[in-house]
Design a protein. Structure first.
Length: 398
């Protein structure tokens, strides 16, 4: 494994920690600022929307500098945003800190995916992308539970201070380990925009929005669901997030292993399974054992879609992958924002803390439908049209 992949994984670890640690801290943050849990959920929605906006914006701004330099600048921005979150005296400033942090997220994973894919042979691209995303999944096994524990024991501000320190570690890792690859010849915005003319690129991004959105519909409100419905204590949320992280780690390995060989079948199975598991979560959430097992499955099935979806965008974008890759990372977070918002709506409507699971199941099922449609269009485009000149001629009768 190239050491540069390790550096990218370190950065992904920091980003993954700050993205997901908010889930276990929502009740504490809501209490400190005197807002409701659905209102505190805007910290998830705001972060996700920031990624959607920041992914193309930061990527476009970085087209004139080397990818290594841009990755370092993004980690610096990430650190500043987390420090702002740590010291924010009011909820609006806390939200602003989350948005500043999020601006680095999409471009980092988008540019990082391209760098990772270029470091290995063509038949190993999905595996290289999965290696980088391993940092994100390990964050959910180590960083997020530890951050949740620190936040509950000492205070959530300490958690965000520690995450800012992770940003500095990621910055140093990139500076030392990622090679200074020159900016590709002919790389400019107009060329990058040509990728969006391909309907398959847009379909893959739509699958990303709906599929991973299904995961966040349930996971955004996991803390109140597990404590109010399942009956777990506040402290148990930490190890439940560990289970979710283990599922993500396993799903990422699965997706990276099979996406290079069976990409579309992989998507059919994971999206269909995710829709089913999320629907069942409405029932399994009422028992401690089945709820824990379901959380593991949601993480595994949800994250098994990430390497194949990211690889599909890279494959379909052809010679202009950087912006498309970053925008697809934004698509993951657009799904997160949509799901968190819809989940808050159904909770506020009095449907209960398990209602977001139905939202997630419907989103995942819609993503499966798009995957089937995308494959059907691809088969149609690959089928050669009949050649009139090759048709047998019927002799005329006189």
């Amino acid at each position: 494994m190239p050491l540069a992949l390790l550096a990218l994984a370190i950065g992904a670890f920091g980003i993954g920690t700050t993205e997901f640690v908010i889930m276990g801290l929502l009740p504490q943050i809501a209490g400190d600022y005197g807002v409701s849990v659905p209102t505190a959920g805007l910290l998830v929605t705001g972060y996700a929307l920031g990624v959607v906006i920041g992914a193309p914006l930061m990527t476009v701004l970085g087209t004139r500098i080397s990818r290594k330099t841009m990755l370092m600048l993004l980690m610096a921005l990430f650190t500043v945003g987390n420090l702002l979150s740590a010291v924010a005296p009011s909820f609006p400033l806390m939200l602003a800190g989350r948005i500043v942090t999020s601006l680095a997220h999409g471009a980092f994973f988008g540019i990082g995916s391209v760098v990772a894919a270029e470091l290995v042979a063509p038949q190993k691209k999905a595996g290289a992308i999965a290696t980088m995303f391993t940092g994100l999944t390990v964050a959910n096994i180590v960083g997020v539970p530890l951050g949740t524990f620190i936040g509950q024991a000492v205070g959530w501000r300490t958690t965000f201070t520690a995450v800012a320190a992770l940003g500095l570690v990621g910055l140093l890792g990139i500076a030392r380990l990622v090679p200074a690859v020159p900016r590709p010849e002919g790389a400019h915005l107009r060329r990058e925009l040509t990728a969006f003319r391909n309907p398959q690129v847009l379909l893959a991004m739509a699958m990303t929005v709906l599929g991973f959105g299904g995961v966040f519909a349930a996971i955004t409100y996991i803390a109140p669901m597990m404590t109010h419905v399942t009956g777990y204590s506040d402290g148990a949320v930490t190890w439940l997030l560990v289970l979710f992280g283990v599922g993500m780690f396993l799903g990422n390995l699965l997706g990276g292993r099979f996406a290079d060989r069976h990409l579309m079948p992989m998507l059919y199975g994971t999206l269909g399974g995710l829709a089913l598991v999320l629907a069942l979560f409405t029932l399994t959430a009422h028992n401690e054992i089945t709820a824990a097992a379901t959380i593991l499955l949601v993480g595994a099935l949800g994250f098994a879609t990430v390497p194949p979806l990211q690889k599909r965008v890279l494959d379909q974008a052809h010679g202009a992958p950087t912006l498309a890759s970053a925008v697809n990372i934004g698509a993951f977070n657009l799904g997160n924002a949509l799901a968190a918002w819809l989940g808050g709506i159904v909770i506020s409507a009095g449907l209960g803390y398990t209602a977001p699971n139905w939202v997630g199941a419907l989103l995942a099922a819609a993503a499966l439908g798009l995957a089937l449609w995308s494959a059907a269009l691809e088969r149609r485009d690959r089928t050669p049209a009949p050649d009139p000149a090759a048709a047998p001629r019927i002799p005329a009768h006189h």
